[in-house]
Design a protein around this ligand. Structure first.
Ligand code: ATP
Ligand code: MG
Length: 433
């Protein structure tokens, strides 16, 4: 039996390579006697004509067993997560694929991870977050391209709305609160009316408190990693979700302004220093906490269980950054070594925040001064003294804390262009003795 022509239209939007692979996988499923479906974000994005190479497959039956079969047949790497009845495949040509057993989830307690049981594809779709993410496309040969859309996902895609499948959805899994905003902002959709009500209600009931720090932070990070985090943050503010970072987070007009210019600061930075590797997402959290008290910031770091590097970056915002910014934009700080000393402890992320704060303050002259200082500082970071501790020892100096002082002075002199050669460095050391 040939499928009606319309069925294959959707999958034909895929590039040849993954399309060919999906056809073959459909045949393999026929041989195995299981039904297999393409599900989730990739289906949504096919319908939206957006690129997405996260191939998510769901198998009615033994998903992991089927994943093993596929991996063997195509020489793909395989990682199995028994607990979630899923497997991840990495094909030799670079394609990645998740294969899961279709399942039902039950939530023993709101906000905790669910228990998982095998179920039909319809039941599997029913546990998903939003209608637009609950569409499946069958891959078995005689049904290749058949769309299963029991919740009106295609209708909602056309209407450009984000809509939950049932009233308890956010309570079952509060991470969906943030997912809702992520998709709404990414696609420029709107939250469906009843869904907003449910979201606000779930948020007000403090269900999010039940989320573990890493799960909550992971969702927020995903929001910050979107193309336009500024809008997503504004939306979080509007829906009173920022209090889940901390109840007393200081979200003032100033803070909003700094957040709003982070993309501009980042753009300047990466254009100017293309080799700097930057954790973009954390800068948004730094900007958001830039006017909160150290106590609030410390709580937030603990609540979100931030990893060390990120925690360090967030902890530094506030007074230290403000003090550095003040000195830097003060005409008195003229010598390059002074600038170097002011900034030497700061991560690149902190420097971007500094820039954003100055951009937010809208003081043109000081902004260009700061940019010049930053450029000079980054250049000077590569400056090294010719002499080392060993040379000082050879010069007859007793090892001790004075080494650090002397080498520091030498570095300052180098940075300020006062000494240029090893001989000049030696002369300077001798003069100091
Ligand atoms: P993205 O493009 O951001 O990856 P996605 O829709 O693919 O979006 P994933 O987090 O990769 O999102 O999840 C894949 C699919 O799994 C979703 O489309 C959705 O059907 C389902 N899903 C993911 N997280 C949840 C959740 N918290 N609750 C219910 N269903 C979820
Ligand atoms: Mg995905």
């Amino acid at each position: 039996m040939k499928p009606p022509i319309r069925q294959t239209v959707l999958l034909n939007r895929m590039p040849a390579r993954p399309l060919h692979l999906l056809r073959q996988i459909g045949r393999l499923a026929d041989e195995r006697g299981v039904s297999v479906y393409l599900v989730g974000g990739v289906v949504r994005d096919l319908l939206l004509k957006r690129e997405n190479w996260d191939l998510d497959l769901a198998v009615e039956g033994d998903g992991i067993g089927f994943a093993r079969l596929v991996a063997n047949r195509y020489g793909a790497g395989l990682a199995v997560f028994e607990r979630f009845a899923t497997a991840r495949l990495a094909f030799p040509d670079g394609l990645k694929m998740d294969i899961a057993t279709t399942r039902q989830e039950s939530y023993a307690q709101p906000a905790l991870l669910p228990t998982v049981q095998p179920a039909s594809i319809e039941e599997d779709l029913s546990r998903r977050d939003f209608t637009i993410n609950a569409i499946a496309v069958q891959l078995n040969s005689d049904q290749f391209g058949r769309v299963l859309d029991p919740y009106g996902g295609q209708r909602d895609l056309r209407a450009r709305i984000i809509c939950v499948l049932h009233a308890g959805s956010f309570q079952d899994d509060p991470t969906r609160i943030f997912r809702a905003i992520r998709f709404e902002q990414r696609f420029g959709f709107r939250l469906e009316r009843a869904t907003v009500g449910l979201l606000v209600q779930a948020a007000s009931r403090d269900l999010i408190q039940g989320l573990s720090g890493p799960r909550l932070w992971n969702e927020i990070l995903l929001l910050f990693a979107e193309r336009d985090p500024v809008r997503a943050i504004a939306r979080m503010g509007q829906l009173k979700l920022l209090r889940f970072l901390h109840g007393r987070l200081c979200y003032t007009k100033n803070v909003k302004q700094v957040v709003a210019v982070v993309p501009k600061a980042l753009a300047w930075w990466v254009r100017r220093f293309p080799n700097s590797v930057i954790d973009r997402s954390i800068i948004y959290l730094m900007a958001l906490s830039s006017e909160s008290t150290p106590t609030v910031v410390a709580w937030m770091i603990r609540r979100l269980a931030l990893p060390r590097e990120q925690a360090k970056n967030v902890a530094i915002v506030g007074r230290r950054v403000d003090r550095a910014l003040k000195s830097l934009t003060d005409k008195g700080t003229a010598r390059p070594s002074q600038v170097y000393r002011l900034l030497a402890d700061f991560s690149d992320e902190t420097l971007v925040l500094l820039l954003a704060k100055q951009m937010g303050a809208r003081h043109g002259a000081r902004l260009s001064l700061l940019k010049r200082h930053l450029a000079a500082y980054v250049k000077n970071k590569a400056v090294k003294t010719a002499l080392t501790g060993r040379d000082l020892q050879a010069m007859g100096l007793k090892p001790g804390p004075q080494y650090k002082t002397i080498l520091g002075k030498l570095l300052d002199a180098r940075i300020d262009g006062m000494v240029k050669t090893e001989a000049e460095e030696r002369a300077l050391v001798e003069k100091q003795l």
